[in-house]
Design a binder for this molecule. Structure first.
Ligand SMILES: Nc1ncnc2c1ncn2[C@@H]1O[C@H](COP(=O)(O)OP(=O)(O)O)[C@@H](O)[C@H]1O
Ligand SMILES: [Mg+2]
Length: 334
């Protein structure tokens, strides 16, 4: 049944990117100046979870690296590396090849970057709305030759947090919008993935269509569901996935994706999620009071509303509703 399980992992970069030609073209156009030795255009990729943003960014960088040998590139997930020094350290290591000792001042890291890069280079800042200090973009902007691909769910989550002077400098660039996949494209993505990762004939097209119909245009959910269904069938000793397994597989996949997302939450997001899980639905004031009690080092409500609460929503962990008392937060029903 399963020929290669790694094909279904989130990190797997498929050979072919399905149904994202216009987005791929926009990003490769932005990077094209590097082929002539010039700085690329900055670009911003926006859209919901599972819409292929990370995949398109990585595929565009893969193409660039094939065209231009040795171009320095870096990939940083700002959900994981969310501090200014964390991002600058990774950038200095990956782009300037610098050996970075621990606890170096930001200024020094910026100097390392400014002096250490002597050719056009590209940095992917994934989940960039999770940066603790969005002014980090300004630091990177000051590095000659460096261009970025910034990825976030929505433009406001990122750029509304910048003060005006920084905003006017760093907001220049291509905007590339990603919408949810159609059912057809989702099925096509699944078809290619099945060809890469499953034994021939392990799944038929109507079964893939059925998965695609259930996942609301989210390729991550779809691919996870296909893997879950294949495992279930394998456990039953079958060599093809029977349609009756699909609905359960989709539910299990939702739970698996949610669990993985929860494991990536930072401590503010985790405390918020746990408060809502334990005592939701909560209005904003109640939620904030509980969060303040539970978190050893709480930040302001404003801070929570700018980055952490929207993130929980974008990842379909919580739902909000606007009522007479302001916003109410509850666990997503999914
Ligand atoms: N156009 C596509 N073609 C093939 N696979 C895709 C495509 N878009 C997304 N995927 C797959 O779906 C999953 C989620 O995509 P990803 O790029 O991580 O979404 P996002 O970053 O928007 O949340 C990944 O496993 C990825 O390989
Ligand atoms: Mg992503």
């Amino acid at each position: 049944m399963l020929r290669d399980g790694t094909v279904f992992e989130d990190e797997h970069l498929p050979r072919e990117i399905v149904g994202r030609n216009s987005q791929m073209n926009e990003v490769t156009d932005a990077l094209a100046p590097v082929e002539d030795g010039a700085r690329a255009e900055n670009c911003f990729l926006f859209g919901p979870s599972g819409a292929g943003k990370t995949t398109v960014a990585r595929a565009a960088v893969r193409e660039l690296r094939r065209a231009v040998h040795g171009v320095p590139t870096a990939y940083i997930n700002c959900w994981k590396d969310y501090t200014r020094s964390g991002v600058l350290e990774r950038a200095a290591k990956d782009l300037a090849g610098a050996a970075v000792p621990k606890n170096v001042a930001a200024r020094e890291l910026i100097d390392t970057l400014q002096n250490g890069i002597d050719a056009p280079s590209v940095i992917v800042l994934d989940e960039v709305d999770q940066l603790q200090d969005p002014g980090t973009l300004y630091d990177l902007h000051s590095v000659p030759g460096l261009a970025w691909i910034c990825i976030a769910n929505r433009e406001v989550d990122l750029l509304a947090r910048l003060d005006e002077r920084v905003h006017s400098r760093v907001s220049v660039g291509y905007r590339v919008q990603f919408d949810r996949y159609t059912v057809d494209t989702t099925a096509e993505i699944l078809d290619r993935r099945a060809a890469e990762g499953l034994e021939p004939g392990a799944v038929d097209r109507p079964t893939l269509d059925r998965i695609a119909e259930l996942v609301d245009g989210d390729a991550r959910q779809a691919i996870t569901a296909l893997r879950v269904a294949a495992r279930k069938a394998e456990r039953e000793g079958l060599s093809t996935i029977p349609p009756r397994l699909v609905d359960d597989a989709v539910l299990d996949a939702e739970a698996a994706v949610r669990q993985k997302t929860i494991s990536k939450l930072n401590d503010h997001q985790r405390v918020l999620y746990e408060c809502i899980e334990e005592s939701g639905p909560l209005i904003q004031k109640e939620l904030y009071e509980q969060y303040e009690q539970e978190h050893p080092d709480p930040i302001t409500l404003r801070g929570l509303r700018k980055t952490h609460l929207p993130k929980l929503e974008h990842y379909n962990l919580i739902e909000t509703e606007r009522g007479g008392d302001g916003k109410t937060y509850r666990l997503a029903s999914g």
